[in-house]
Design a protein around this ligand. Structure first.
Ligand SMILES: Cc1cc2nc3c(=O)[nH]c(=O)nc-3n(C[C@H](O)[C@H](O)[C@H](O)COP(=O)(O)OP(=O)(O)OC[C@H]3O[C@@H](n4cnc5c(N)ncnc54)[C@H](O)[C@@H]3O)c2cc1C
Length: 489
């Protein structure tokens, strides 16, 4: 069995006695970022070698739901009657995500609509349908859906809310596999070479400090691969490495289950660090165990174990999950009346019905809340809801309705008694041109990074929108591939 934390090192090119193979561009990892990098490098005229640790490509990308966050006036947005612009998208992302690098966000927004067209041109299927309901993953094959906090206060006042989730044409979950099939078919057709079952475990640097190759472990020993122009690191996230998750997010509940493939264990981060790369937002995580659908449950309220509300319940599910994580003992309840009662539909979230009570006072006692707390919270909420106002958190009036029709019920949405899943968002700090940067902000020559191993737009669950991993991974993968191909060796 291999050690997940296998040390990575940096080797001097002068010590390599025999190169086993070489290419103009070496891409590490064959998920969506790697496939897009390989295609674009190839089209820029480079001989491209992808080195992949698994026996075939796909990565976590092929497991994903296939939702891409695109905007700025995509063909699908226009077909559904929405007007969006790169400026509008930029204003929203800058206000809501906490992204550090305005130039990088600007570049993504300016190229977002064209990136959608590019994916479609590679054979990734998208319909022109629009799913209008509130869901985590649209159950239909419709493309467009709201997958973020666009309609949430205060963002709706900063940028015009429009839907930007673009899902691959597949009913419900699983569109990522279709996207990867199309991209890997294009890579094969265009002569991208792939070396599978090869785990990169070191970079090779020349005397001028340029990354000029990699070492990879194969079943019959270690091999050396030269990269004449550049190396693109696209080896994915680190969520499957518990040690790393607790190192970077010591407060993160260990009851939370990671989503991904076993190889999402942080090799890319350690390799990048060994080359001098700086890291950013390594504690950034999006966790989810959505309490909706059904969407009527958005009319319920979330309370903590002090009987207090703490977030607008019409937030995107990742934002509510982050807020729940920040409550005392990560405990929270979803409280409703009989008019809106329903069971949460996301089965794996495992939100347990605690009980039903005739009165709010009985519910307060049943939930072991401080005396008077829930009665006060609900009286204030109901009084505002009757007027269509939520003075505390500005929940939209569409979701406001007094919760006053007993009996009442509560579901447990705490981390300890529900099942939350997560992916990591932090990674190597890169420029808008995808060069890996050191702690002084200087580019490491010959080294580019894209995908989940690079920190781009999404920083944490509070600001996450579904599609903010696949979208930037696909776009910045292309940028990395093209830049690596054109770099002077
Ligand atoms: C179940 C699930 C659903 C998701 N749904 C969405 C969604 O709908 N929208 C969205 O935006 N995001 C989604 N995500 C997140 C998104 O899928 C990932 O962030 C994205 O796919 C990362 O792409 P990548 O190319 O960087 O990494 P990956 O697709 O993970 O590819 C990395 C590749 O690198 C390889 N590798 C690792 N180490 C080495 C090494 N040392 N040497 C060589 N190769 C190596 C791996 O084997 C892997 O093939 C989802 C994630 C999961 C798990």
């Amino acid at each position: 069995m291999t050690n997940v934390n296998e040390p990575t090192e940096i080797l001097s090119a002068a010590t390599i006695e025999k190169w086993d193979d070489s290419a103009d561009v070496v891409v590490i990892g064959y998920g969506i970022a790697g496939a897009c990098a390989a295609l674009e490098a190839r089209r820029a005229g480079a001989d491209v070698l992808v080195i992949e640790r698994a026996s075939g490509g796909g990565g976590a990308s092929a497991l994903s739901a296939g939702i891409f966050y695109f905007g700025g006036g995509t063909d699908v947005q226009r077909a559904a009657g929405y007007e969006d612009s790169a400026d509008n998208m930029y204003d929203f992302l800058m206000a809501s995500t906490g992204a550090h690098d305005a130039k990088l966000v600007r570049r993504y927004c300016d190229n977002s609509a064209a990136q959608f067209d590019w994916l479609e041109a590679q054979g990734v299927p998208f319909t022109r349908g629009h799913y209008k309901g509130k869901s985590v993953i649209a159950p239909t094959d419709d493309c467009l859906a709201s997958t973020g906090n666009e309609k949430l206060w205060p963002f709706k006042q900063i940028a015009k809310p429009v839907p930007r989730g673009h899902k691959v044409a597949k009913e419900g979950d699983g569109g990522g596999a279709l996207a990867m099939d199309a991209l890997m078919t294009a890579c094969e057709a265009e002569g991208v070479r792939v070396e599978a079952d090869s785990r990169v475990n070191a970079f090779i640097r020349d005397e001028k400090g340029r990354i000029v190759g990699v070492r990879a472990k194969q079943s019959d020993g270690e091999k050396y691969f030269g990269a004449k122009n550049g190396v693109v690191l696209a080896a994915g996230a680190f969520g499957l490495n518990r040690e790393m998750v607790s190192q970077y997010s010591p407060q993160f509940p260990d009851t939370c289950e990671p989503l991904g493939i076993p190889n999402n264990d942080g090799d890319a981060i350690r390799l990048g660090q060994a080359a001098g790369g700086d890291l950013r937002s390594m504690d950034g995580i999006i966790a989810t165990a959505s309490f909706y659908p059904p969407e009527q449950l958005i009319k319920a309220i979330l309370i903590n174990n002090k009987g207090e509300r703490f977030i607008a319940e019409d937030s995107y599910h990742g934002r509510s999950a982050q807020a729940i994580m920040e409550q005392p003992e990560t405990m929270a309840y979803l409280v409703m009346d009989s008019a809106i009662f329903a069971y949460p539909e996301v089965g794996h979230a495992n939100h347990r019905l605690i009980d039903g009570w005739e009165t709010i006072e009985e519910m307060e006692t049943g939930l072991n809340l401080p005396k008077g707390s829930l009665q006060r919270t609900m009286a204030e909420y109901n009084e505002g809801a009757a007027r269509g106002e939520d003075a505390l958190f500005h929940k939209d009036s569409d979701w406001l309705q007094p919760l006053d029709k007993g009996p009442f019920a509560a579901f447990e949405v705490s981390y300890s008694n529900s099942c939350y899943y997560f992916i990591t968002l932090g990674g190597l700090r890169t420029s808008a041109d995808t060069q890996v940067l050191d702690s002084s902000g200087k580019a490491i020559p010959g080294l580019y990074a894209a995908g989940a191993c690079a920190s781009t737009i999404a920083q944490d669950g509070r600001g996450y929108a579904s599609g903010l991993m696949l979208g930037p991974a696909s776009y910045f993968g292309r940028v990395a591939g093209e830049n690596a191909a054109r770099a002077a060796g």
